[in-house]
Design a protein around this ligand. Structure first.
Ligand SMILES: [Zn+2]
Length: 374
């Protein structure tokens, strides 16, 4: 098996980076017209910077407002707009689903793609894949492309103004990277690009975990002042770049499969990808029979930043056995990354681990409340 490592062609991050968007695109040899697929907030926050930056660099562009779901029908709609404009590059600006949609449309049209995440809520921006959902929000499929984005540009001044819960969700997604990467590497599993994992990818995944533990709480505090700090810069890099490179070039395992399982019940649809993934991390560590010190390290981190550690925190306080069964069956569907675990995984094992994670999380919360001064 050949070792394969992949990444975006260029990653640019910093306060007010949007003002350099046109220059960065020109450096890569990209040309307009550009179709900007953007969410409502991105349009409100970034329109002025786009005008300054893109016009200065000579890019004609048009903004296409995102419909809300990365679904097959939304991808087709964006493709029609790009086609009508004669777009030569697609820019996605917004959350993970906007970027996934921009990537899917660009890949279908064989156009370069630029990703400008306005939140650090997942590791999607750097990847060469989209997660496609139904129009109703249930997980449908992964779509994998030949190449990663041409440019990922992260404006940390914008991230500093984003909702704290989204940054925390990004930490949940990033929390899984090191554990899933290790499982894949130890099992000699092919990574998302069909190759073997490199030491580089594994090292980045580990660095990602270390930055979360060290900077997670401080980075969150920076959002209160809506101003980037060194801790926020490091954390955004961990959530976006390190987690993205780590998962793609090493692989996914149980945590993301459990996330996909959780989307099978509508009660979890109000929760973010990373929030469900964080719960999936606990489930994975239990399935892998990891020791108490590691579980406590993860529980402590999750609690301090506000990631869910119980079913109630994912809208599943009243989960029935039928719902649990549905989640467990979906988590272990053929082709799911849970089968990258080094042992056969049956639905009933996952169901047991989902209940066990909840018991552990509730016990942790109870102890923690007991420890707090009255
Ligand atoms: Zn993820």
């Amino acid at each position: 098996m050949l070792t394969v490592f992949c990444s975006p062609s260029r990653y640019t991050q910093g306060s007010n980076a949007t003002l350099s968007l046109g220059k960065e695109m020109a450096t890569l040899g990209l040309a307009g017209p550009a179709l900007i697929v953007a969410g409502k907030t991105a349009i409100a926050v970034l329109s002025d910077a786009w005008r300054l930056s893109l016009e200065e660099a000579g890019f004609a562009y048009q903004v296409c407002r995102f419909g809300g779901e990365c679904s097959l029908s939304e991808i087709e709609r964006v493709k029609r707009e790009a086609h009508d404009l004669g777009a030569r590059v697609i820019i996605g600006a917004g959350g993970g689903k906007v970027l996934d949609t921009a990537r899917a449309a660009a890949a279908d049209l064989d156009l370069p793609v630029v990703n400008c995440p306005t939140v650090a809520s997942s590791d999607a921006p750097c990847s060469a894949l989209s997660v496609i959902y139904t129009d109703g929000g249930a997980f449908l499929q992964y779509r994998i492309y030949g190449k990663n984005p041409d440019l990922v540009l992260v404006d940390t001044q914008v991230i500093a103004q984003s909702p704290p819960r989204l940054l925390v969700a990004g930490m949940g997604d990033a929390l899984a990277t090191w554990f899933e990467a290790k499982t894949c590497v130890e099992g000699n599993i092919r990574n998302m690009r069909g190759g073997g994992s490199s030491q580089s990818a594994l090292a980045l995944a580990e660095l990602c975990y270390r930055i979360l533990l060290r900077d997670g709480v401080d980075a969150l505090a920076a959002l209160q002042n809506q101003s980037p700090t060194p801790a926020l810069e490091r954390l955004v890099e961990a959530n976006t770049l390190l987690s993205g490179l780590g998962f793609e070039s090493s692989g996914l395992a149980a945590a993301h499969a459990v996330h996909n399982g959780l989307t099978a019940v509508p009660q979890t649809h109000a929760y973010f990808h990373g929030e469900k993934v964080a719960y999936g991390v606990l489930v994975q560590l239990i399935l892998e029979k990891k020791g108490q010190p590691l579980l406590e390290e993860v529980l402590d981190f999750a609690t301090r930043v506000g990631l869910p550690t119980t079913l109630a925190a994912l809208g599943l306080a009243d989960m029935t056995d039928e719902m649990l069964d549905q989640i467990a069956v979906r988590s272990t569907a053929p082709g799911e990354t849970i089968h990258n675990e080094p042992f056969p995984v049956q639905p009933q094992m996952v169901a047991g681990a989902i209940r066990a994670a909840d018991a552990l999380g509730r016990e942790w919360q109870r102890k923690r409340r007991g420890l707090q001064p009255r």
